[in-house]
Design a protein around this ligand. Structure first.
Ligand code: ADP
Length: 371
């Protein structure tokens, strides 16, 4: 079975094709500048047509009919989607409803879904949600202690993100440890440009650091993570800036970039810190300290952990930083908690969830046909 994985951003389309069940990656690529008429990719539909002609020109397929399923990354599934879903009219409508929670992301994801439907009407399509894995978080952990009205009327609560990455890494950790996924306590740390940590108990997410939006939690490349909300009010008042401008400051100009003043890239910051730049040094100290606080909290939430797993750009490529965490985790847990580095693969997780959904639907159809 050939599965096309599509990740549509507002101006880009990332794609990968896998062969299942062998899980072999056949091709990957990206179409950039979607919406920029000067480079002839006027919209997502045009971009998707480009992707498909590339698959044919690179001989991954000889005909569109050879694509057996499409898996779409969808950022926000709200409380509606707890699992990946086969796409139909009702699912599209509900993804649209979730757009109010992710106004920059869900419309782009939907453009990808509708574009594929127009080009490959008979190919099953599956939506895989970044938020779905975290829908098992208990209410006492996902609620914000603000008037209940804002949860009931506006859906304001913690949702969490990076779900497919946390799930992929946790499953890989279970394999590595040689134990069933649903018998383990795990802490997964996704440290990329965006960073989040999840506590997983017996295969279920029970808490995660990101919130209503990806802004909450750890210090990130350009996002601030946890701060006193009143700090934002204070800056807005003193600098006379709007909500939109403040949102930009907290999402795009803060984190490692805001403190170091030089970059959001940890490689650049570490080089500067090694040369004695005090802001770069502080940025790394803050980044590490905030990760440490979450690991400590989740160790208590879970009542100990079988493993703490590190992944994504920073987690996979900075062994000396991970060694530092290992030293502290070993000391606290008397080496009972393993420290693992596991490369993430969100697209492979999307492909394998798509494979599961499509295979289950084929089986169901066969049973109905037989009965
Ligand atoms: P995104 O969240 O955009 O997918 P990534 O997972 O690629 O981000 O992570 C980006 C971060 O990973 C950057 O801070 C970058 O410095 C760091 N990183 C990526 N590759 C390396 C490397 N080889 N060595 C050290 N850090 C790296």
């Amino acid at each position: 079975m050939k599965i096309l994985v599509i990740n549509c951003g507002s101006s880009s389309i990332k794609y990968k094709v896998y062969e299942f069940p062998s899980r072999t990656l056949l091709i990957k690529g990206i179409i950039e500048n979607v919406g920029d008429k000067s480079v002839s990719v006027a919209n997502h539909s045009e971009g998707l047509k480009k992707v498909l002609s590339k698959l044919i020109s690179k001989k991954v397929i000889s005909d569109l009919k050879e694509i057996n399923a499409v898996g779409h990354r969808v950022v926000h599934g709200g409380e509606t989607f707890q699992q990946p879903r086969m796409i139909n009219e009702e699912v599209i409508m509900k993804i649209k409803e979730c757009s109010k929670l992710a106004p920059l992301h869900n419309p782009a994801n939907l453009a990808g879904i509708i574009g594929c439907e127009n080009i490959m009407a008979n190919v099953p399509q599956v939506a895989v949600f970044d938020t779905a894995f975290h829908q098992t978080i208990p209410q006492y952990a996902y609620m914000y202690p603000i008037p209940m009205k804002y949860y009931k009327d506006d859906g304001v609560r913690k949702y969490g993100f990076h779900g497919t990455s946390h799930q992929f890494v946790a499953l890989a950790a279970a394999k590595k440890l040689g134990k069933p996924f649903n018998a383990l306590k795990l802490i997964t740390c996704h440290l990329g440009n965006g960073c989040s940590i999840t506590a997983i108990d017996k295969g279920k997410s029970v808490d995660t650091s990101m919130g209503l939006t990806p802004l909450e939690g750890l210090m990130m490349g350009t996002r601030c993570g946890d701060i006193d909300v009143a700090a934002a009010f204070c800056v807005m008042e003193k600098e006379a800036i709007s909500v939109k401008e403040m949102d930009m400051v907290l999402n795009r100009k803060s984190g490692l970039l805001g403190i170091s003043g030089i970059s959001n890239d940890i490689r650049v910051i570490r080089k500067a810190a090694d040369k004695g730049n005090p802001s770069a040094k502080l940025a790394i100290e803050m980044f590490m300290y905030r990760i440490k606080k979450y690991i400590g909290a989740y160790l208590l939430v879970l009542g100990g952990a079988d493993a703490v797993c590190f992944t994504a750009g920073i987690g996979e490529n900075n062994p000396d930083l991970i060694k530092e965490f290992k030293k502290q985790i070993d000391k606290l847990t008397s080496k009972k908690t393993k420290v693992l580095v596991i490369p993430t693969d969100e697209e492979l997780m999307i492909a394998s969830l798509t494979h599961e959904v499509v295979t289950a639907s084929i089986k169901k159809k066969n049973v109905i046909a037989l009965s």
